[in-house]
Design a binder for this molecule. Structure first.
Ligand SMILES: Nc1nc2c(ncn2[C@@H]2O[C@H](COP(=O)(O)OP(=O)(O)O)[C@@H](O)[C@H]2O)c(=O)[nH]1
Ligand SMILES: [Mg+2]
Length: 277
């Protein structure tokens, strides 16, 4: 039996310096090692550098790659929410960062190990993980603090919610897509909690990872935004949310002040207005 068809999403914001080797590496590796159909879709938005041209150049050499661009500042989460709408095109859909922190063989391992799970995620914090280059200590500290907050609020017992590599079955993504409203980097929490809450099985496996310089996450402002978004997801899933309706206009104001991508409405979202590149 051939491998399941696979769609790999790559969110990218101003990645002209980091994305090319990663894209070539993935297209080449999956071309040689994956027996099923696969496609790579780079989801860009609001880039002010030459990421799009770089992606288009690589796509000219590898037809499995294409780019979708959104002009508005919809954030990594917003880009993935749009990208996940393409899930119907494949049996499995996953995403991975543009910086090449996760090598293609580690991503393939996720696909191969999904088994009866609905979602499989790469973990840098499980025994057996191979970390070639660790994050700087202040980032590790922020990451562990974030983890403690997430565990306190959601009790998901997941060691590493933030590693950029995740693979899901299409049916699971489609069932919870409406619940995805987090546009910033806390998107992963929104995704994982929605899946777990709906009864889908998430497994975490140790991964191989290398910290790549040039992170787009500015610790101060991003941490505050992520904290707010985590709190927001918690509230959306609580019975208090309906009482907070009068405060909703404030939500947009707070995210604008933080210069963070604005969350989508928890009731229903509008289409982002993609242009195929
Ligand atoms: N489309 C899109 N992608 C983004 C945005 N912000 C970050 N990303 C992507 O999200 C991924 C993770 O970002 P990165 O800077 O590597 O974060 P870190 O390694 O977790 O510190 C990368 O592929 C980024 O290009 C955004 O606003 N829009
Ligand atoms: Mg990174």
């Amino acid at each position: 039996m051939p491998d399941p068809s696979l769609l790999i999403l790559i969110p990218a914001y101003n990645e002209e310096r980091r994305i090319e080797p990663m894209l070539r590496g993935y297209a080449d590796f999956f071309g040689k090692n994956y027996a099923g159909k696969f496609q790579i879709v780079v989801v860009l938005n609001g880039c002010t550098d030459n990421t799009l041209e770089v992606v288009q150049n690589v796509a000219a050499a590898f037809p499995v790659i294409r780019a979708v661009e959104f002009r508005e500042p919809i954030g990594k989460g917003g880009a993935l929410i749009e990208g996940l709408k393409l899930s119907a095109h494949a049996d499995l859909i996953g995403y991975v960062d543009a910086d090449g922190a996760t090598p293609p063989r580690a991503f393939l391992e996720l696909v191969q190990k999904i088994g009866t799970a609905d979602c499989i995620i790469a973990s840098r914090w499980l025994p057996g993980a191979v970390i070639h280059q660790s994050q700087k200590s202040h980032r590790q500290f922020a990451s562990r603090m974030f983890h403690a907050i997430v565990q306190f609020f959601f009790r998901m017992n997941i060691h590493d919610t933030q590693c950029g590599a995740k693979v899901m079955k299409t049916a699971a993504v489609e069932a919870i897509h409406d619940r995805l409203t987090t546009a910033d980097m806390a998107f992963d929490i929104n995704l994982l909690y929605s899946l777990q809450h709906a009864g889908f099985k998430i497994v975490e496996v140790p991964t191989e990872w290398t910290d790549i310089a040039g992170s787009k996450v500015m610790l101060g402002r991003s941490s505050l935004t992520m904290f707010l978004s985590v709190l927001r997801v918690r509230l959306i899933y609580s019975r208090f949310y309906k009482w907070l309706r009068p405060l909703r206009p404030l939500e947009g104001w707070v995210y604008a002040k933080l210069r963070a991508p604005r969350p989508l409405s928890a009731s229903r979202k509008k289409d982002g207005g993609a242009s195929e590149q």
